[in-house]
Design a binder for this molecule. Structure first.
Ligand SMILES: O=P(O)(O)OC[C@H]1O[C@H](OP(=O)(O)OP(=O)(O)O)[C@H](O)[C@@H]1O
Ligand code: HPA
Ligand SMILES: [Mg+2]
Length: 189
C-alpha cells in the first residue's frame, strides 16, 4: 500500500479489496477469453482511469490481443461530468475492420463510453464492445450498452485502483468510497 497522505481522512470505507478486484479480473478474463477466441482484438484503454484495470485484465485473457490507448476526459478536477468529452490524445492504431474492446474503470453517466464507442464505429471498427470494472447506473444519461462489467456500484464517489479524486488517489490498491463531507466541501468551495 503506497504511503498516501491523510487517506483515513478522505475514505469512508473500503468497497473492494485487492482480492475482490483480482477475482473480478479473473472472472472477466475467462469470459473474454471464451468470447474472443480465434479473434485478434484491439484492446483500447481509456486513460487515465483504466490503466490498472487494463494491465490486470489483459493478463487474465488468453487471447492474441493488441493494446492501445485513448486519452479522454470529461471530469477534469470536478466531481460531476462536464457533459462534454474531450479527446486529449488519440490512438496510434487504425481500427478499421478490427474487433475493438474498450476497457474502462467506471461507467457513470455513460457519456465517455458513448463518445468512444461512436468514434470507433465511425472509423469502421468491425465490432466495438466494452469491459468496465464498475457500473454505476444511478446517474446514467446515455443508453450506451455495457457488455461486460465487474460489479455494480451505488451512487457513491469511488476512488483508488485508477479512479481519482481531483487527480489523486489513483494509486490505492483497493477501491474506497469518498467521505460525503469531502464531497460537500468540494461542492461548497
Ligand atoms: O460515464 P461518465 O460519466 O462519462 O464517467 C466515467 C468516466 O469518467 C472518468 O474519467 P475522467 O473524465 O475523470 O478522466 P480520467 O480517466 O483521466 O480520470 C472515468 O475514468 C471514466 O472514464
Ligand atoms: O465515482 C467516481 N469516481 C471517480 N471518477 C469517476 N468518474 C465518474 N464517476 C466516478
Ligand atoms: Mg476515465
Amino acid at each position: 500500500m503506497p504511503k498516501t497522505d491523510n487517506i483515513n481522512s478522505i475514505i469512508d470505507h473500503k468497497l473492494f479489496t485487492e482480492e475482490d478486484i483480482h477475482n473480478m479480473c479473473v472472472k472477466l478474463g475467462k469470459q473474454l477469453t471464451a468470447d474472443y477466441a480465434g479473434k485478434k482484438p484491439l484492446i483500447v484503454g481509456a486513460l487515465k482511469g483504466a490503466i490498472f484495470f487494463l494491465t490486470d485484465l489483459v493478463r487474465e485473457m488468453d487471447v492474441k490481443a493488441e493494446i492501445d490507448f485513448l486519452d479522454v476526459s470529461s471530469y477534469g478536477d470536478e466531481m460531476e461530468s462536464s457533459g462534454e468529452v474531450k479527446l486529449i490524445s488519440d490512438l496510434a492504431t487504425d481500427v478499421k475492420d478490427r474487433d475493438v474492446l474498450i476497457v474502462e474503470d467506471i461507467v457513470d453517466t455513460g457519456l465517455t463510453l458513448e463518445y468512444m464507442k461512436n468514434l470507433l464505429k465511425k472509423r469502421g471498427a468491425k465490432s466495438v464492445k466494452c469491459c468496465v470494472l464498475l457500473n454505476k447506473e444511478a446517474n446514467r444519461t446515455s443508453d450506451v450498452e455495457v457488455e461486460y462489467y465487474g460489479s455494480k456500484v451505488g451512487n457513491e464517489f469511488v476512488v483508488g485502483y485508477g479512479l481519482d479524486f481531483m487527480n489523486y488517489y489513483r494509486n490505492l490498491r483497493y477501491i474506497g468510497v469518498l467521505k460525503p463531507e469531502i464531497i460537500k466541501l468540494v461542492n461548497n468551495k
